[in-house]
Design a protein around this ligand. Sequence first.
Ligand code: NAI
Length: 339
Amino acid sequence: MRHTQTPVIEEAFGAGNVRWLDVGLTPQTAPLAAGCNATCLFVNDRADAETIDALADLGVRFIAMRCAGFDRVDLDACARRGVAVTRVPAYSPYAIAEHAIAMMLALNRQLMKGHARVVQGNYSLSGLVGFDMHGKTVGIVGTGKIGRCTAKILLGMGCEVLAYDVFQSKEAIAMGVKYVDTVQELLPRCQIVSLHCPLTDDTYHLMDDATFNLMRKGSMLVNTSRGGLVDTAALARALDAQKIACVAMDVYEHEAGLFFEDKSEETDATPGSSLSPDWDLSLGSLASRPNVLVTSHQAFLTAEALGNIASTTVENLREFAGGGGAGEGGGYVNEVIGH
Ligand code: NAI
């Protein structure tokens, strides 16, 4: 990621004016921003009130998120401390939608199992039966930019697309998406449910024991949105009880500090094959199931998306540097989500 975005940002501001830090933002790492007016954060950086206070005490006045989601930024704390925040609301909805579809198909057609067999010289097809996507009903929760792209691909495959959103999109309806009034109404009607709404107080643990119980037996859940939408313990229970058949997740409730990091070499202090306390056993146990497909928040990771993120972030930073950050959203090329 850094290789794609570094040149764009350094060319815009001069290499000497940009400090690259290979650590996630926490209250403990915030002092590394000393001397900076702006910080540029990614999706799992921690920007809670304590961290915002630490940054603001150092004179940081601007946070440029290099992502769309801002659920880890305490906007009230930013407002209180006069820290403006921008994000990149749309950089490539196709990237995430296509990843969601890739995960759906990989699970349905058991591609991981099929490939592993061939590598081992096992060319048997037993147990690899999938289903035609054509004619199946897929539920989309959240028909914003990514949800609509996902719906369009699914409609092209001959699926029926049902959707739930707090706002109905005319574009989605024109495409052929049919809305229902509640998530509770959506879940029992779909073979596949794909989540594309943001993580908010209202959507936290949208999928819990009660909502998993509403899903069709043998159905699939796909989550490329935010980990907190799904209660991980309830998901494990739904899989154990074979309430749902399988799950694809690009995001995980407790991914902060894990995803984007290489933990594979970490052990505790005991010599030999020991396990670091950092290993997430709940994720490990989920990911080891043959009916669970996990990627570590890589849905956005296309060359096009990275290029768009870098150039929009540069525009956001330029607006801030040009004094556009103080007014009522004035001067920003992007939506101001808190100031
Ligand atoms: P968007 O803002 O265009 O669409 C979000 C939609 O969710 C809107 O239509 C909104 O009305 C709807 N929504 C809000 N609250 C809802 C609720 N309670 N129930 C149902 N629908 C609700 O956002 P976009 O660009 O489509 O992104 C969706 C989400 O995808 C982001 O919030 C982010 O969490 C996630 N994302 C994941 C990425 C990844 O790499 N895995 C990358 C980018 C975004």
